[in-house]
Structures are given as C-alpha cells and as structure tokens.
Design a protein around this ligand. Structure first.
Ligand code: PEP
Length: 250
C-alpha cells in the first residue's frame, strides 16, 4: 500500500547544464512505473531540471529550504519560492545537521513550513557511529522523529516521507545491513505512530539512505518496512540510479 520512492540527492554536484543532462538521461530511460522517482539537484539547477522532466512522472525536489517564507536571510530559499517549481524538499539531512548547525528545533520549523506550503518533505533521521556503538541508536531515531513532528498533527503530516540515514553510512561506502536498516526503520515507524497515530505511521513511507548502490539496493529495499531509498553518490550516474529504482520493485 506504500508506493516505493527512490530519490536522488545530488548534493553540491553538477552544474545547471550537467544537471539537465543527467535528468534527461534518467527520464529517457525506461523507469519502473510503480516507483516514484524524485531528483534533488542543487538549488541553482532545480528550475532547469524541473523543466527537463516536464511531462514525465519524475518529480523534482530541493535539498534544503529556510523555515521563513521571506526575509533578510542571504543565500537562502524558502518554501513559497519552491512551490510551482519543486514538489519535494529534503529536510534535516545529516550533512546539514552536522555542518550547518541544524538542530531538531530547526528541522521542526522547516518541516512545518514545507507542509504549510504543500511540499512533500523527506525528513532525514539517523544516528552517528558513536551513538550506535553506545547502544543509543533507537533513542536517537525516536527523539529525532518526535522533535521533527512536534506540534504537527496527522492530517498536516500526511505527505511526510522519512529517511533513515545512519550518519556512518552516508558517503562512506559502508551500508547498514538489511537487518539493521529494517530494525531502525521499525523504530522510526513506532516513533511516528506515537507522535501521530498508528494508521498514519502505516501509510508513511520510510526510506533507507547510506551508500545505496546497484549492488546492495535489492536486498536493502526488499526488507519489510523499507519503502525505498535516498541515494547520494550513486544518483550521479544515470545508469546506477535507474538500476536502484528498478530494485525497489519486489
Ligand atoms: C545522502 O546523501 O542522503 C546519501 C545517502 O548519500 P550516499 O548515498 O552517497 O551515502
């Protein structure tokens, strides 16, 4: 009942021109109709990539946004600016949490703004290696989910997508084992159920992210409760990203 979703996070890679070429290579290929596919280019390429995928089922997302609608926030983009161009936005990616000081409270403000604007947010949660080694992964995931959703009710949260991305697996070539991914996603769904309600938690897609590749995607995405993938490095190669999208079909 949850449609698989595979999203590519291109991070700070590509130029506006090469982003369009990459998007064109993806939409030209045969893509699995039952999988929702989202491309998240750098902000400067979002508009061009959105134009390049018009008329295809592929959707476009931003990698980040500010919580305010407008204001003196040099260098930022807001949810209302994205509306009409992108449909999706990544919120709380671990690189933003670690490198740009995004706290749980900021993630919550951004999530509220994204939902209010009618965007589909992909909210990232996940533990560091030190936390996992200390046995705190479940607590971290639960508390990140709870904080992100503070003050948001089930109806407002409806389009929400979560991504479980263990920090130690992002860009490292190390993935969670399929068992670890399924277990952590189970914890995240349980936290969603507590923060919202059981039915909404069952409807909400939860992705796995962290060094997903064509070689490991099938097994990871076959796990119960793993509803797709948020893909970084491997999304920069059209063939790899397309192969991962096909892996999302059981
Ligand atoms: C990411 O950027 O969310 C990600 C999971 O990156 P990678 O696939 O490169 O680990």
């Amino acid at each position: 009942m949850r449609r698989p979703l595979v999203a590519g996070n291109w991070k700070m890679h590509t130029t506006p021109q090469s982003a369009v070429e990459l998007a064109r290579a993806i939409v030209r290929a045969e893509l699995p109709a039952d999988v929702e596919i989202v491309l998240c280019p750098p902000a400067i390429a979002v508009t061009d990539v959105a134009r390049a995928v018009v008329g295809t089922p592929v959707r476009v997302g931003a990698q980040n946004m500010h919580w305010a609608d407008a204001g003196a926030y040099t260098g930022e983009i807001s949810a209302p600016m994205l509306v009409g161009v992108a449909e999706v936005v990544i919120v709380g990616h671990s690189e933003r949490r670690a490198d740009f000081g995004e706290t749980d409270a900021i993630v919550n403000r951004k999530l509220r703004a994204a939902l209010a604007a009618g965007l589909t947010p992909i909210v990232c949660v996940g533990e560091t290696e030190a936390i996992r080694d200390a046995g705190g992964a479940r607590e971290t995931i639960t508390s990140q989910v709870r904080s992100a959703l503070a003050g948001i009710d089930s109806a407002a949260a409806e389009p929400l997508v979560l991504a479980y991305e263990p920090v130690w697996a992002i860009g490292t070539g190390r993935t969670a084992t399929p068992k670890q991914a399924a277990e952590a996603i189970g914890w995240a769904r349980e936290a969603l159920s507590q923060a919202l309600d059981a039915a909404t938690a069952q409807r909400t897609r939860i992705l796995y992210g962290g060094s997903v590749s064509p070689g490991n995607a099938r097994e990871l995405l076959a796990q119960d409760g793993v509803d797709g993938a948020l893909v970084g490095g491997a999304s920069l190669e059209a063939a790899d990203f397309i192969a991962i999208a096909w892996s999302a079909i059981a």
